[in-house]
Write a protein that binds this ligand. Structure first.
Ligand code: AMP
Ligand code: ZN
Length: 114
């Protein structure tokens, strides 16, 4: 997508600190971290949000979770734990309209939403 911020990061038009990349997935550090480790994991294919996921994307989402686990292990938080958040749409607090998974770690999250 031409004007999408994360598509621009994927194309290298906006710099990012990459922590993982394969042919379908990119992960990079969040510019405004909410935890000591805050990484965004995104599909290279533009998907607007979780709400726009198609049947054909089901395997890709599984791969994203596998990538998240690999990154968590590389970051040394596999055993301590981590939180994965997907904000979806306006009420869900989504600001960048390209599906992304927040990987948060390095502190204990006290606040329980659910
Ligand atoms: P969300 O509110 O779920 O849409 O999350 C968007 C996230 O993107 C926020 O945590 C921002 O800090 C992050 N963000 C925005 N611009 C950039 C950027 N250029 N590089 C890395 N992270 C970014
Ligand atoms: Zn995009």
């Amino acid at each position: 997508m031409e004007d999408c911020l994360f598509c621009k990061i994927i194309r290298g038009e906006i710099p990012s600190t990459k922590v993982y990349e394969d042919n379908e997935i990119l992960a990079f550090k969040d510019i405004n971290p909410a935890a000591p480790i805050h990484i965004l994991v995104i599909p290279k294919k533009h998907i607007t949000s979780l709400a726009y996921l198609k049947k054909e994307d089901e395997i890709l989402v599984g791969k994203i979770y596998s990538a998240i686990n690999q990154i968590a292990e590389e970051q040394g938080v596999k055993e301590k734990g981590y939180r994965v958040i997907v904000n979806c749409g306006k009420d869900g607090g989504q600001e960048v309209m390209h599906l992304h998974f927040h990987l948060l770690a390095g502190k204990q999250f006290g606040e329980k939403i659910v």
